[in-house]
Design a protein around this ligand. Sequence first.
Ligand code: UT7
Length: 325
Amino acid sequence: MIKSEIIATGAGIPKKTVTNFDLEKIVDTSDEWIYTRTGIKERHVVMDETGATLAAEAAKEAIGKAGIDPKEIDMIVVSTCSPDYLTPTVGCMVQKEIGAVNASCMDVSAACAGFIFAVSVADKYIRASAAKTVLVIASEVLSKFTNWEDRTTCVLFGDAAGAVIMRASEDRGIIKEELGSKGEDWEVLGNGKLPTANCFNGMPKFTQDDTSIFMDGREVFKFATTKLKESICNVVESAGLTMDDIKFFVPHQANTRIIEVVAKKLKVDMDKFYMNIERYGNTSSASIPVALKEMDDNGLLNKGDKIILSGFGGGLSWGTILVEW
Ligand code: UT7
């Protein structure tokens, strides 16, 4: 049976670092509050970079490590909830940048769970023999949707891109997955409202605030701690495995306290949860592939290891994937 294997990883990180101390100068907050409530110390924010340039940087690194020719890529799937344009897709812009002339390109949007959804799409095309080599990227520039006067959200997010190359394989790859959404709670978390103003409806006023991130933090916290635990259990059990069989859990990096609660509920040691939120903040759907690239670079991922990738976010949506490295 054909599986889809992750063969390489990459990342694109903006050069500028913004520390909690920098934010103390902008809003009424403190390094102590941010670090103890979230685990974040610093994040990266774009200056001249864009979602497409970060994505292309991540893609080039993954392509180089995989040792493939960009012309071998059949498909590019980009997860983003903060694209440069509504159209063209970030995927098409990356295609031009890397010369993947034989690829079809699409963006998928499932907020912070988006990388899991994008990997799932790639996995289906590969399993159906409709593609052999797929570039999956998650690229997010949430700084442009951030209200820098709102201390309840502006301290949380960062910009980044992460990429993986997925390839058809006979013996290892994605084993199980669970994707889900709860649209009835869409108002709990979101960003980027678009104006529906036109010359027939009186051009209703639209402010910068309308486009900014909105969030009920406590509701998201409850949702995340419940759903991550449930979803991870469902996937691990449906594969006939136990938590002991999993080498690493790579969760969406939204808040250290969320992960600590989930680890406790699952009775899994925190050491098995890869964490880098301290250095990047919440980079939405980019957080999981950026973590994977760090783990890969640090030699933490070995052939045959079983890894759980699990994301949650606006929608509300969630997704968990069990992969054999
Ligand atoms: O990708 C998914 C994206 N979102 C999330 O994952 C968010 C999930 N939720 C959370 O991570 C947490 O709910 C937050 C970190 C957002 C907030 O932590 P909390 O422990 O739920 O704090 P809170 O909202 O209950 O606020 C506690 C206090 C409030 O003051 P009062 O009313 O007690 O006087 C806030 O006004 O902390 C205040 N506060 C701040 N103080 C200093 C809120 N933000 C800040 C801040 N600095 N940045």
